[in-house]
Design a protein around this ligand. Structure first.
Ligand code: FES
Length: 653
C-alpha cells in the first residue's frame, strides 16, 4: 500500500503517532503504538471500556453505532467520545485522547503472600568436582569421568545419572573440561546433568516461581541453595487486550484459531520474560543461572501458557486437557533462563479450578489441619476450598470481573486515582472517600465497590434487593436519575474528579455487584452444604487474592459476600498461590505433595448442582434472604430501621 493511502493517527497524552491505512480500527492502531486501552470484550464492542475522545477527524468516523449508544452518555457523545474498537481510520488523520478511565495504567499489584517454612530440597543441585586427568592407565570417557566423580564424591546414584545430549554436543563438553583444567561444576536436575560449568559455581543456583493470574503476573527469583527469595517482580497480564476474563480469551482463541492461540501464549511469555529480566537485574543474576521454574494459574491460564487447545474446558463437563503436573523445557515455551532448564506447571483440579487453588491449599496447609478451614481466592473466577485433614473439597464460581472494576460504569482497577474506600454517615448521609495515592478521582476500584453497597444499605439508600430507595432523594442530592433515566448515586462530583465528570454508582452497577457477591456466597454456601457444615463449623477463613487484603471484611460480610463469621476468624493470606509456587520450586517433597493434593482434594462442579439456582437467587439479596443467619447485620439493620422486630424488611412507601 502506498504512503498516500495511510493517515496519521496520534494518541494523547502519550504523543505516539504513526500512519495507518483506511479501515484500521483505532484500537488496532493503539495496540501497534503500544498505547494501553482498557478492554474486557477483546474489541468486540460490547464492554464499553475503550472510550476515547476524538479531538480531530471526528466528522470522518460516521454515525454513532448502536453498540456505542449503550455505553456513552449524552454528555460523552456531545464531547465526541467514541469506542476505540468500533471506529476506523477513514481517509483522514485522527487525534485521539485516551481518558484516565480507559487507560490500563499502573496497577497496585500484590505479590506478598504467606511465608511457610520449607526445608530446601530442590530438584536442581550443583556439585563442584575435581576430575582426574585422562592417562593411558585411565582411559575413561569424559562423560564417565564426571558421572563417576559425582558418585564417588557426592554419593549420587551413578547408574541412573546421564548427561544432557545438548550439553555434550552443543556446549562442546570435551573442550570445556580441558579449558577448565578438569575442575567443573555439574548442574544436576533429577538424574540428569543438565549443564557442566567451568570452575566452582556451586554457590550460584537460582530458580523462578510464577503465579500466572488472569489479571496479573507475579514472579519470584529464588536462591535454590537457601530457599530464599532474592527478587520479586510483577506485571499486568499482557493477554488482557485479547480479553479481560478467561472466557473472552477462550473465545478469542476459538475465533482466531492457532494464530490467536500463539498470540496469547507469546503475550504471557513476553510478560514473564520481562519479570525475569527485572528480577535478574535487581539481584545481579544472569538469566542462564536460572535452572528451573515453577508455574501456577487457573486451568485456562495453564492452557494458554502450555498451548493446550482450550475449547472444551468452556463446555460442560469442563474437562482439563492434562490434570497432573507437567514438565516442559523452557526453550519450548520461549522462556528466558538456562537453555536446558525446565518449567513445572503444578497440577490442576478441573473446570476452572487450577494450580493456583492447589497452591493456596499447599500454602494454608488445609489438608494437614484438624480444624476445619475455608479458603476463598477472589478473582474473576473465585475458587473456594473447605475441609481439614480428613477431606478437602473445592469448587469455583464465575464471580465475574465486577470487583475488578469491569462491567461497572466508572469501575477501574486499583491504580492511581481509584476510589478505594467509601464511608457514608447514616445520620447526615455525608459521604467520604479515599483514592489511591490521594490523586483526583478517576473511577472506583474493587475494595470501594464492596464498601459502596454496604454503606448504601446501612444508610437506608438501598433496600435489600439492591434497589435505590427513591424517597431518599429529598435527603441527599447525590441520589438522582441520570440523563438516561437510570437511578444513580454520585460518589465523586465533577469538580473533584480527574476526568471532569461526575463519578456515580448506577443501579446497573449495583446489579452487577450483587451478581458477583451472590456467586461467591453461593459457591461458599454450597460447598459447606455438601459437607454437612455451616459457617459455625469454620475455625478459620483464609482470604487470598490480589485484592483480598484491601477489602473491609465487615462490609464484605454486610453485603453477604463472605460467610457470617466473627472477623477474628478472617485471615488475609495475600498471594497464597505465589507462596505455593515458591514452595514447589524449592522442594521436590512439596512437588510430590502437590501431586498428592490433586489426587486427594475432591472437586465439585457447581454448574451442575441442582441447588445452585435456588441458592444463587437467595444470595442476590443484600445481605441474604435469610436474615436469621446474620445476627450482626440483622441488629444493624434493625437499628437503622431497615427491618422490623420480626426481621421482616421494611419496604419504602
Ligand atoms: Fe471496545 Fe470492549 S467495547 S474493547
Amino acid at each position: 500500500m502506498s504512503s498516500e493511502e495511510k493517515y496519521e493517527v496520534t494518541y494523547f497524552p502519550h504523543g505516539r503517532r504513526d500512519f495507518f491505512p483506511t479501515g484500521t480500527t483505532a484500537m488496532a492502531a493503539a495496540e501497534k503504538l503500544g498505547v494501553d486501552i482498557s478492554t474486557v470484550c477483546g474489541g468486540k464492542g460490547t464492554c464499553g471500556k475503550c472510550k476515547v475522545r476524538i479531538d480531530e477527524g471526528y466528522e470522518t468516523l460516521g454515525p454513532i453505532k448502536p453498540g456505542e449508544t449503550k455505553h456513552l452518555t449524552k454528555d460523552m457523545i456531545e464531547q465526541h467520545y467514541r469506542l476505540a474498537c468500533l471506529i476506523k481510520v477513514k481517509n483522514a488523520p485522527l487525534k485521539i485522547y485516551v481518558p484516565d478511565i480507559s487507560r490500563v495504567g499502573k496497577q497496585r499489584l500484590q505479590t506478598e503472600g504467606l511465608e511457610v517454612p520449607v526445608t530446601p530440597k530442590p530438584m536442581v543441585r550443583k556439585y563442584f568436582v575435581k576430575l582426574p586427568v585422562p592417562t593411558l592407565h585411565d582411559m575413561r570417557a569424559d562423560e564417565e569421568r564426571i558421572l563417576d566423580a559425582l558418585g564417588d564424591q557426592y554419593g549420587l546414584d551413578r547408574n541412573r545419572l546421564r548427561i544432557d545430549y545438548d550439553e555434550i554436543v552443543k556446549k562442546y563438553l570435551p573442550i570445556k573440561l580441558r579449558e577448565a583444567n578438569w575442575e567443573v561444576t555439574a548442574v544436576v536436575w533429577g538424574d540428569k546433568v543438565m549443564a557442566v560449568e567451568a570452575g566452582n559455581t556451586s554457590d550460584r543456583c537460582y530458580g523462578f516461581a510464577c503465579d500466572i493470574g488472569s489479571t496479573k503476573l507475579a514472579g519470584f527469583l529464588m536462591d535454590l541453595n537457601h530457599g530464599k527469595v532474592v527478587a520479586v517482580g510483577s506485571r499486568m497480564n499482557p493477554q488482557i487486550p485479547m480479553g479481560e476474563d478467561v472466557l473472552s480469551r477462550i473465545s478469542f482463541t476459538l475465533f482466531g484459531g492457532e494464530e490467536a492461540q500463539d498470540k496469547l501464549q507469546k503475550a504471557v511469555v513476553g510478560g514473564i520474560n520481562e519479570i525475569i529480566d527485572e528480577c535478574c537485574e535487581k539481584a545481579g543474576v544472569k538469566t542462564d543461572e536460572i535452572y528451573e521454574m515453577t508455574y501456577v494459574g487457573n486451568v485456562a491460564m495453564q492452557m494458554f501458557f502450555l498451548k493446550y487447545w482450550p475449547k472444551h474446558v468452556a463446555y460442560s463437563p469442563y474437562p482439563p486437557v492434562v490434570r497432573r503436573g507437567v514438565y516442559v523445557p523452557t526453550t519450548r515455551l520461549g522462556l528466558k533462563g538456562h537453555p536446558h532448564s525446565n518449567a513445572y506447571y503444578l497440577p490442576v483440579f478441573g473446570g476452572f479450578v487450577g494450580a493456583d487453588q492447589l497452591a493456596c491449599i499447599m500454602a494454608t496447609q488445609m489438608l494437614e489441619r484438624d480444624e476445619i478451614t475455608m479458603d476463598l481466592d477472589i478473582g474473576t473466577n473465585t475458587e473456594i476450598a473447605v475441609g481439614n485433614k480428613d477431606l478437602v473439597t473445592c469448587d469455583s464460581c464465575a464471580s465475574g470481573p465486577a470487583f475488578e472494576g469491569m462491567e461497572i460504569k466508572y469501575g477501574i482497577r486499583a491504580s492511581t486515582g481509584a476510589i478505594e474506600k467509601v464511608t457514608i454517615d447514616p445520620s447526615s448521609l455525608e459521604l467520604h472517600y479515599r483514592t489511591i495515592e490521594d490523586a483526583p478521582a478517576v473511577g472506583i476500584c474493587g475494595s470501594a465497590l464492596i464498601d459502596i453497597p454496604a454503606e448504601l444499605l446501612k444508610s437506608g439508600l438501598i433496600d435489600n434487593k439492591g434497589k435505590f430507595v427513591e424517597k431518599m432523594t429529598k435527603e441527599t442530592n447525590r441520589l438522582r436519575k441520570s440523563k438516561e433515566g437510570m437511578w444513580e448515586y454520585v460518589i465523586a462530583w465533577s469538580q473533584e474528579s480527574a476526568t471532569g465528570i461526575d463519578i456515580p454508582i448506577t443501579q446497573g452497577d449495583l446489579r452487577e455487584l450483587q451478581k458477583a457477591k451472590a456467586a461467591m456466597h453461593t459457591g461458599a454456601e454450597l460447598m459447606l452444604k455438601y459437607r454437612g457444615l455451616t459457617e459455625k463449623d469454620l475455625d478459620k477463613f483464609w482470604l487470598a487474592g490480589a485484592f483480598g487484603n484491601y477489602i473491609d471484611p465487615e462490609n464484605a460480610r454486610t453485603i453477604g459476600m463472605y460467610p457470617e463469621l466473627p472477623t477474628e476468624k478472617y485471615v488475609f493470606v495475600g498471594n497464597a498461590a505465589g507462596t505455593g509456587a515458591r514452595m514447589a520450586l524449592i522442594s521436590t517433597e512439596m512437588r510430590e505433595y502437590a501431586e498428592e493434593i490433586s489426587r486427594k482434594v475432591v472437586y465439585y462442579e457447581l454448574a451442575v448442582a441442582k441447588e445452585f439456582q435456588d441458592e444463587y437467587a437467595k444470595s442476590n439479596y443484600i445481605p441474604h434472604q435469610d436474615f436469621n443467619k446474620y445476627p450482626l447485620t440483622k441488629d444493624l439493620l434493625y437499628r437503622l430501621g431497615r427491618i422490623d422486630e420480626k426481621n421482616k424488611w421494611i419496604y419504602p412507601e
